[in-house]
Design a binder for this molecule. Structure first.
Ligand code: NDP
Length: 260
């Protein structure tokens, strides 16, 4: 007998913000493990490019233009994803935006609302609509499902000048815990991933900043930026039956930054 829990053949994973960065890193790993993949993003050409990349792994891929900050687009997106791929076994509520300000007192209300609309409303609607699908399925005798919220170290460490962003990420952890407790009876689990400093478009400014390279990255025990691929293994694990009994957890992937 061979131990094969990480073979995701027959499973479907949805990654919001899956057309680049951490989301694409997770989607690529799950596709390589055999899962059919849905990715959402607002940019049509980036969606198309990522779709082609993922299709090369020989799985079904569905890319859809969805702005997660719009409730109806998320509701329609879940319906369309289920219609296209048959089901959703795991969801990664990953779409997010960063928005720092020179200082907290200069943080404008429209920026605060914008960050909340994508990073919190978007996660809320994505997880709620996926739960609706998974609960209905469980009631039809097909229990199970994995919900993942992508939070941030900003949720648990002081992220100065990023109060709005930090608040959304703390909220993701709280929402995930509540979902985990309520849905365990349906065989569902919910966990949060907290990335550290990861080299993506979101952190381009920090990557280009010499002071950052001098003062922050040397404090990462792994002595390098994280890469989108560093999230592949966790995504495969959380989508696999091997993680069936793990729920409500916050999983830090940061090269040791937060414990140093
Ligand atoms: P990127 O900026 O590289 O990618 C963001 C993704 O989200 C893109 O695919 C983008 O697609 C999508 N997106 C943005 N807004 C929306 C929207 N309104 N609706 C749908 N999709 C949207 O970011 P990362 O990969 O770095 O970040 C991914 C997640 O990880 C985020 O939640 C982020 O907060 C979190 N994170 C990142 C860290 C890092 O160091 N990079 C650290 C901690 C947490 P499109 O452009 O097509 O809309």
């Amino acid at each position: 007998m061979t131990y094969t829990p990480f073979d995701l053949s027959g499973k479907v994973a949805l990654v919001t913000g899956g057309n680049r960065g951490i989301g694409l890193g997770m989607a690529e790993a799950m596709a390589q493990a055999g899962a059919d993949i849905a990715i959402w993003g607002t940019n049509e050409s980036r969606n198309k490019e990522a779709e082609e990349k993922l299709k090369a792994y020989g799985v079904k891929v569905y890319a859809r233009q969805v702005n997660v900050a719009e409730e109806q687009e998320v509701v329609d997106g879940i319906d369309a994803t289920v219609a296209e791929l048959g089901r959703i076994d795991s969801v990664f509520a990953n779409a997010g935006i960063g928005y720092g300000a020179p200082s907290f007192v200069e943080m404008k209300t429209d920026v605060y609302r914008k960050v909340l609309s994508v990073n919190l409303d978007g996660v809320f609607w994505t997880l709620r609509e996926t739960c609706r699908h998974m609960v209905e399925r469980a009631k039809d005798g097909d229990a199970g499902g994995s919900l993942v919220g992508i939070a941030s170290l900003a949720a648990i460490e002081g992220a100065g000048k990023n109060e709005a962003y930090a608040a959304t990420k703390g909220a993701v952890i709280s929402m995930i815990r509540a979902i985990a407790v309520e849905h365990a009876r349906y065989g569902m689990r919910a966990n949060a991933i907290l990335p550290g400093w990861i080299a993506t478009d979101m952190t381009q400014g920090a990557q280009d900043n010499p002071a950052f390279a001098e003062k922050v990255i040397p404090r990462v025990p792994a002595r390098r930026w994280g890469e989108p691929e560093d999230f592949g293994g966790m995504a495969v694990y959380l989508s696999s039956d091997a993680s069936s009994y793990m729920s409500g957890q916050t999983l830090v992937i940061d090269g040791g930054y937060s414990i140093f």
